[in-house]
Design a protein around this ligand. Structure first.
Ligand code: GLP
Length: 284
């Protein structure tokens, strides 16, 4: 596992987007695992911008989302299909046929889960898996005690998760009780994982996930077992880590990060990167 701490949430999301874009340019047929949630919106916005300004090409890539609520159709405003269409798919030149999410309305949910795993395998497996992290350390909807060898299946959402996602729904009781999620084992199968976490409310769970003991009570600790996992944080999300000086040193000195260091915005005297603000128009 490698940990990269950026000065702020924009810089962290920008780095994630640039790592993804680089992989897409190397392999236009990249199979991407995608995630939803507030944290990812900045990543998708940056990818859309790269598509518009730099011609980043999505036409041949294939995507598989981590999860979908049971009982919500793709057209429901709170479904993850709707989220993905809105934040990414309908804003880039991706072929919607190449975008996959579990069908939360499937009549036979178990068959749907098995089929999802089959289609991932038919596409050669996931090359790059993007991950967020829930307050309880879940990946996708792998709630506490999810087996590390679990595959795509239906999970009952924990009260913590339902409360965390409630602000996105018209009423808290409308948050579905179940979701289809790729398993921890499905996630560990992918070739490269990138976990993005930003904001103070993620600091405690990030420290447990990255530096704490491996436990199925916190699914994200399973990433410590993954041979190629990159955790990208902003300063506040990384603020409870013990070894942050070491992580900073790696990013600043190791050759694999050189191309990503080179294109960062200018550095202010306090050592933080300056966010470029749009020029203010003079008052008329
Ligand atoms: C949901 C998703 C997770 C995501 C989490 C974090 O629970 N199922 O995949 O990681 O939200 O969301 P946010 O980025 O809004 O904190």
């Amino acid at each position: 596992m490698e940990v990269v701490i950026r000065p702020n949430a924009d810089a962290a999301a920008d780095l994630v987007a640039r790592v993804i874009a680089r992989e897409m340019r190397i392999n236009p047929r990249l199979v991407m695992g995608l995630a939803s949630g507030n944290t990812m919106e900045a990543v998708y916005a940056r990818l859309v911008q790269m598509h518009q300004e730099e011609g980043l090409d999505f036409s041949a890539c294939r995507t598989f989302n981590l999860d979908e609520y049971v009982g919500l159709s793709g057209s429901h405003a709170n479904s993850y299909r709707h989220y993905m269409n809105r934040h990414l798919f309908l804003q880039v030149n991706i072929d919607l046929q190449n975008t996959h999410l579990p069908d939360g309305m499937a009549a036979d949910l178990d068959a749907e889960c098995a089929n999802y795993e089959r289609v991932i395998a038919e596409n050669g497996g996931i090359d790059l898996q993007l991950l967020g992290i829930g307050q309880n350390g879940h990946l996708g909807f792998n709630e506490p005690l999810s087996a590390f060898r679990s595959r795509t299946r239906v999970k009952i959402l924990s009260p913590v998760t339902r409360a965390q996602n409630a602000p996105l729904f018209p009423r808290p009781d409308l948050v579905p009780q179940r979701a289809i999620t790729m398993g921890v084992g499905s996630i560990l199968n992918c070739r490269h994982c990138i976990l993005l976490a930003t904001g103070e409310d993620k600091a405690a769970i990030v420290a447990k996930a990255v530096e704490g003991p491996i436990t199925s009570m916190i699914s994200a600790t399973a990433l410590q077992l993954h041979p190629e996992c990159t955790v990208i944080l902003d300063e506040v999300a990384g603020s409870q880590l013990n070894e942050s000086d070491y992580y900073h040193w790696i990013f600043e000195n190791q050759p694999q990060w050189e191309i990503f260091r080179a294109t960062l915005p200018p550095v202010a005297p306090n050592g933080f990167h300056i966010k470029r603000e749009p020029e203010k128009q003079p008052a008329k």
